[in-house]
Write a protein that binds this ligand. Structure first.
Ligand code: NAD
Length: 387
């Protein structure tokens, strides 16, 4: 059993009005497990109330009592770019952060963290860690696979409906005291009958396809791994061997792949230029899968009728980031995977990973991205490295 570890945990700030004393709802639905049979996180116990805010600094992912009782030191901060962060990193054994407020573990930073053994993503998507550097330095990278995949799938479906039906400007009309119906509907369409494609049909992508099937649309996907024929038939899916092959057929494209060397910059001027005029692009995967300025140009020219998502680079996005002010967007801050429902799962999953790490027992294979000096588990399935 490992003792005396220093855990550096980077979380987003508390609400501007202070840490909540009450919540909008009293409970969360009880889920039997994840689709396909993966079990929910299995820590020995938890010291938090599911449904409470855990991902902000005062929530501490519900970890303090557990860690201190086991003789470890927990440092929690939202300040991920300061000298103080660098000082703590220098002797940290474990770094935990959430993709919503990522502690970027660049190759330089990993080189300056000689004791670092484990980087935990409290969420999904470990591209904020330089995976090549983690491999070179023997750092294990783990994430809480599936914890918020359904949360994101719900956000994707919401974003498609928001864009196609022109919800946000219509809501703004109400807030502005207006009632010009024509203003609201001049960009409003039905989703029914459209061709919708996902780049990647992993946990999120497949959940999006399943949720869209009842809308009577034509569903397309591309992925490194082809789905089982029964799944393709049940959902009526058309498989394409590449994004380049798929996107010209689609009215709506949703991106659900991790960011790694194969996907970085995928949606550039050329790929976006091959999409139908007036297509919609929804990206809740990672910002750098799309070329920032190519997206802006495509919205300005009308190639894209709308762009939505919640992922930006860097995070937090600067006040002058062009995606804040580009036309016809449905952007939010990075929130889709951090609902209170998801937080309960990833806080429990983070504790499960730490319990395994301290006990020297294997971390679940599906949680692993890098281990033993190579891509492992979900990392080997879903990521690539520069090598
Ligand atoms: P997953 O591992 O279940 O699925 C990833 C899929 O991407 C796999 O099927 C894999 O084969 C496919 N893929 C990888 N490279 C590809 C490529 N070059 N072309 C086509 N397909 C490729 O993961 P998931 O749970 O579905 O999550 C996917 C990603 O979504 C995460 O890595 C993360 O970046 C992002 N995400 C965002 C949020 C959010 O809050 N916005 C939350 C969770 C995850």
């Amino acid at each position: 059993m490992l003792e005396g570890m220093k855990i550096l945990c980077v979380l987003y700030d508390d609400p501007v009005t202070g840490y909540p004393a009450t919540y909008a709802r009293d409970d969360l639905p009880a889920l039997p497990g994840y689709p396909g049979g993966q079990t929910l996180p299995t820590p020995s116990s938890v010291d938090f109330t599911p449904g409470h805010l855990l991902g902000s600094v005062s929530g501490e992912l519900g970890l303090r009592a557990f860690l201190e009782a086991a003789g470890h030191e927990l440092v929690v901060t939202s300040d991920k770019e300061s000298e103080e962060f660098e000082r703590h990193l220098a002797d940290a054994d474990v770094v935990i952060s959430q993709p919503f407020w990522p502690a970027y573990l660049t190759a330089d930073r990993i080189a300056r963290a000689p004791r670092l053994k484990l980087a935990v993503t409290a969420g999904i998507g470990s591209d904020h860690v330089d995976l090549d550097a983690a491999i070179a330095h023997g750092v294990t990278v783990a994430e809480v696979t599936y914890c918020n995949s359904i949360s994101v799938a719900e956000h994707v479906v919401m974003s498609i409906l928001n864009l196609v039906r022109n919800f946000v400007p219509s809501h703004q009309t109400v807030l502005n005291g207006g009632w010009n119906i024509a203003d609201c509907v001049a960009r409003s369409y039905d989703v029914e009958g459209m061709h919708i494609g996902t780049v990647a049909a992993g946990r999120i992508g497949l959940a999006v396809l399943k949720r869209l099937a009842p809308f009577d649309v034509h569903l397309h996907y591309t992925d490194r791994h082809r789905l089982r024929r029964e799944v393709e038939q049940e959902l009526g899916l058309t498989f394409h061997t590449s994004a380049a092959d798929m996107v010209p057929h689609c009215d709506v494209v949703t991106v659900n792949a991790p960011l790694h060397p194969e996907t970085e910059g995928l949606f550039d001027d050329s790929l976006i230029g091959s999409m139908k005029r007036g297509a919609y692009l929804i990206n809740t995967a990672r910002a750098r899968i799309a070329d920032r300025d190519a997206v802006v140009r495509a919205l300005q020219s009308g190639r894209l009728a709308g762009y939505a998502g919640d992922v930006w680079f860097p995070q937090p996005a600067p006040a002058d980031h062009p995606w804040r002010t580009m036309p016809h967007h449905g952007m939010t801050p990075h929130i889709s995977g951090s609902s209170l429902s998801a937080q309960a799962r990833y806080a429990a999953g983070t504790r499960e990973i730490l319990e395994s790490f301290f006990a020297g027992t294997p971390i679940r294979d599906e949680y692993l991205i890098v281990d033993g000096g190579k891509l492992a588990g979900t990392g080997a399935h879903s990521y690539a490295v520069r090598g």
